[in-house]
Design a protein around this ligand. Structure first.
Ligand code: MN
Length: 323
């Protein structure tokens, strides 16, 4: 399905629920809040569905206060639900089991399995926000007018671009990414404020925790793989919640000669693993073997009922094959 048809379904909808993937990251949240506020500019009835609350560093986003964690399924009279930035139905941050309306799936993950009634997946988009930007244009939201409402949308979209491209350094950046960023800057986004809110905003204990984690990092498989283990005991020591780990995993790839970073975090009934690749290793392929997914250079897996040590052993075996 093309994006124009998606926009027509939205324009014809009476009440639109918007959601994303569980543990929503900057792209998911930015995309959802941009679409929400864009739809309101053209007077559509829309709201956010989210089982999760937002991580604290995203609270600066306009309309982020509408993510309460209390609206967990479509409300009455919702005829369309649109899921952004989510590759499969199991990862949708909403309970859709009683929903009989139209489900739209708009995403950029290679591992997307087309679970919607209508699907639009563009894997060349660095962030889902690139697609949302285009979609807003098709919906008739004019982002060239600069006022407070369009600036709010722009701040959300820009946040998505920054977070999914590692501040415009990853290989997923295209001329379109930078063109959109340029257009958002024209509206007046404050790129320094966005960067500082996202990254220069950590609690001291978080930074000390990261110090401990990095001291315990190991190089394995001939120095090509950085292994980061995050047992709960580390977090307890600094009285913090581990939460989002994208700030931690990035340290692995900073090491000379490292091609892949594997981060294993202890969670309730198992572990969560994140993979990052510097160059040619397709970590999505590795993640998919264990029921995970993502992108070529960034992927994730949830492993139930395994310890850090068990997960480490089976994952490193698969990584070794790809090196
Ligand atoms: Mn994304």
């Amino acid at each position: 399905m093309d994006l124009k048809s998606i926009s027509e379904i939205l324009l014809g909808a009476k009440k639109i629920g918007i959601t994303y993937h569980v543990s929503p990251d900057g792209d998911a949240v930015g995309s959802v809040l941009a679409l929400l506020q864009g739809l309101r500019i053209i007077n559509k009835d829309a709201y956010i569905i989210s089982k999760d609350k937002l991580s604290e560093n995203l609270n600066y986003l306009p309309a982020s206060n509408e993510v309460t964690g209390n609206i967990t399924e479509p409300t009455q009279d919702t005829d369309v639900v649109i899921v952004l930035d989510c590759g499969n139905l199991e990862r949708v941050c909403a309970n859709l089991s009683n929903f009989n309306g139209v489900l739209l799936n708009v995403d950029h993950h290679l591992s997307n399995d087309f679970y919607g009634d209508s699907n639009y997946v563009d894997t060349t988009a660095s962030a889902t926000a690139e697609i949302v930007y285009e979609l807003l244009g098709l919906l008739g939201v004019d982002l060239s007018i600069d006022n407070e409402k369009t600036l709010n949308v722009a701040t959300c979209l820009y946040t998505s671009l920054v977070t999914d491209t590692g501040c415009f350094r990853h290989s997923n950046v295209t001329d379109r990414t930078l063109l959109i960023a340029s257009n958002l800057k024209k509206i007046g986004v404050n790129n320094t404020y966005i960067y500082q809110s996202l990254f220069d905003n950590k609690e001291f204990d978080r930074v000390r925790f990261i110090g401990k984690v990095i001291s315990n990092m190991k190089l394995v498989l001939g120095g090509k793989v950085a292994l980061i283990e995050l047992p709960n005991s580390f977090a307890n020591e600094f009285s913090i919640e581990i939460g989002d780990t994208s700030d931690i995993i990035s340290y692995g790839l900073q090491i000379k000669g490292v091609e892949v970073t594997l981060l294993i975090k202890e969670v309730e009934n198992g572990v969560k693993c994140s993979l990052r690749s510097k160059n040619d290793v397709d970590v999505r392929k590795i993640a998919e073997i264990f029921g995970g997914g993502g992108h070529t250079k960034a992927a994730g897996i949830s492993v139930k009922d395994k310890s850090i040590n068990e997960a480490k052993e089976i994952l490193l075996k698969e990584i070794e094959k790809e090196l």
